[in-house]
Every structure is written in C-alpha cells, then in structure tokens.
Design a protein around this ligand. Structure first.
Ligand code: PEP
Ligand code: MN
Length: 265
C-alpha cells in the first residue's frame, strides 16, 4: 500500500511555500472553527502569525450535525480567508465537503481538509487525488487505523502524494469530553505509515482547558503538527466550538511553551 512504511520507509515531508510538514519541525495551524467576517478572520490571522504559527485554519463550509445549524458562509469565506492569509503571510487550510467544491477550495486554500464525517466519502477522496493541493485527512470518529489508512490510500492512489493524517478524537463511552483524543494513534500511525501525523486537541477534547495539556501530550507522542481552534470572542462564535477555542493569549503562550519542546517550522 502507498501509505505504508514498507512501501516508503522514509518520512514524507510536504513542503508548501517553504513550510515543511513532517520533517524535524512542528507545524501549528490555528484559527476559528468558522470564517465569520473579513474583520474576524483578519484579526485572528494577525494573532496566529504573531504567535509564531504557520497556517491559518477556518471553515467556510461547515459539516454541522443538524441541518438548522449555521452551515458556514461558503465561497465568500474562502475569499476572506485567502486574503487574510496572504496579508499576514500564513498558509491556509479549509474543509471541503463535496467533490463539486474541491476545485474552488483548491483555488483559494493551500491545504484542503477532509472532516471526520467525510473520512469515507470515497467520491470526495477520489476527487482529492487529482486536486493538486495537500490534503489533511481527519480520522472518522469511529474509524479504525486500518480504515483510516485505507481512506488515505484513496487519495494517494488517485495521484496525490501529499496527505497528512489527523487524529481528532474518537467516540467512546465517556461523555465528559466531546471525543476521546486517541494519543496512541500518533505513534501507531507513525509506525504504520510515512505520512505526517497532525493532532487536533480542540475537537479531540471539546474543552478549552484540555487543549493545552493534550497539545503537549501530542507533541510528546510524536505528532508532526497541531490544528488548534482559536477565537477572539469564543462566547459569541457562530458554531458551538467556542467552548473548545483558545483565547488569543492562551494560544500565544502555548506556542511559546511548544518551542521549548520542539523547534517550530
Ligand atoms: C473542524 O475542524 O472544525 C471540524 C468540523 O472538524 P471535525 O471534522 O474533526 O469534526
Ligand atoms: Mn470546529
């Protein structure tokens, strides 16, 4: 299999505009759950950059559990985020939910994200095989490692070698946390695969106060990078993910701490 260590013994390093993901340095992706307005994403981009992170995250298309919840602002959000990324010198990552939107998302963002709910959307994965942009594939919240690696295989087999694996928490019997961040997934995936492994302690816990310790634990477990939600006004964010979003000063302090654990890109 293309994703396996046997096929490709050396770590895959994905280089995007000078940022190397999967090498010796940590990559940090930060930003809101959803792009809400030009002012919001511009201000958050400024803070993400000032903290030393390299990638701006933000969803324009949101995969909400219920159909009546805010669904994201769509293509306009892609434009706003691309502008903010360019202005502040950040790469950008955004979620794409359907094959039809792959081309427009690839036009505006540097990295395309596949959400947990779409990990086995095989038409989407096939389309991402030919999109020309790196893909961050999130683990399905009930997917085994084998199913996860097979999902990555669809993208690789389609001709795209630039895939990152993201552990974002799985469903367990525990209800205190939103998901259970499977820390063991990090070293297991590094053993089974050569692809970079990214941890998402925000969705992996669903609780702001757990994001800092689980970020540090992810780095200790061997993660190549982090994707972390940060918001300037989390209590009024347009998705429910404000409760797991760091405040800007927490995000900045966390990056300072991370530099002591591993060099940032
Ligand atoms: C997100 O990154 O905002 C998101 C919806 O993530 P997940 O697919 O892991 O729930
Ligand atoms: Mn979110």
């Amino acid at each position: 299999k293309l994703a396996s260590r046997e096929f490709h013994p050396d770590d895959t390093v994905i280089e995007i505009k000078g940022v190397k993901i999967g090498g010796d340095e940590l990559v940090v992706m930060g930003g809101p759950c959803a792009v809400e307005s030009p002012e919001q994403i511009d201000e958050i981009a400024r803070l993400v950059k000032a903290s030393g992170a390299q990638v701006l995250r933000g969803g324009a298309f949101k995969p909400r559990t219920g159909p009546y919840s805010f669904q994201g602002i769509g293509v306009e959000g892609l434009v706003m985020m691309a502008e903010a990324g360019k202005k502040h010198g950040l790469l950008t990552i955004t979620e794409v939910m359907t094959p039809e939107y792959v081309d427009v998302c690839a036009e505006y963002a540097d990295i395309l994200q596949v959400g947990t709910r779409n990990m086995q959307n095989f038409d989407l994965l096939r389309k991402l095989g030919t999109c020309g942009k790196p893909v961050l594939l999130k683990r399905g919240f009930s997917a085994t490692y084998d199913e996860f690696l097979n999902a990555a295989e669809y993208i690789l087999a389609g001709g795209n070698p630039n895939v990152m694996l993201c552990e974002r928490g799985i469903r367990t019997f525990e209800t205190y946390t939103r998901n259970t961040l499977d820390l063991a997934a990090i070293p297991v995936l590094k053993q089974l695969s050569h692809l970079p492994v990214i941890s998402d302690p925000s969705h992996g816990t669903g609780r702001r106060e757990l994001v800092v310790p689980m970020t540090k634990a992810s780095v200790a477990a061997g993660a190549d990078g982090l994707i972390i939600e940060m918001h300037t006004d989390p209590d009024n964010s347009m998705t429910g993910d404000g409760v797991q979003s760091l405040f800007p000063d927490q995000f900045a302090n966390l990056l300072q701490d991370l530099e002591k654990l591993a060099p940032l890109c």
